[in-house]
Design a protein around this ligand. Sequence first.
Ligand code: 5GP
Ligand code: ZN
Length: 140
Amino acid sequence: MPESTHCIFCKIIRGNIPAIKVHEDDHTLTFMDIQPASPGHALVIPKTHAANLLEIAEADLLAATRTVQRVARAAQKALAPDGIRIVQTNGTAAGQTVFHYHVHIIPMQEGQRIGTHGRALANPEELKALASQIRDALEH
Ligand code: 5GP
Ligand code: ZN
């Protein structure tokens, strides 16, 4: 059975489990992290399953990186954070918990001391509002 059958992010891509989407194109999907480290925390994934940076095909890596820049610019415009942290984990020892390549986009405020993972599940209505703010700021 392919690895992607049980992969939670592949299930999101297939629409088998819900996610609050920010952006979608032929090669990538961006959605809100369910347990955000800060308001506006989004994840960018390639549509083709790859466990991590070591395994992803170059074309998917480039597509994902392009989307990361677009969404980070939109988050900057929409939410005006003091900074944006980009995090990508490879392997359990590095903090990876979902084994489908993903890039975290985490808006940061000055003096904020947070990690990559939030402590609690977010309110879906708040996630929807943030997703729509970021989506509206995307440049076409
Ligand atoms: P990692 O720890 O692998 O770098 O990051 C995985 C991220 O995926 C975590 O920040 C976690 O909150 C998020 N996550 C895990 N499961 C789901 C899910 O079903 N939906 C969404 N939207 N995010 C998820
Ligand atoms: Zn997957």
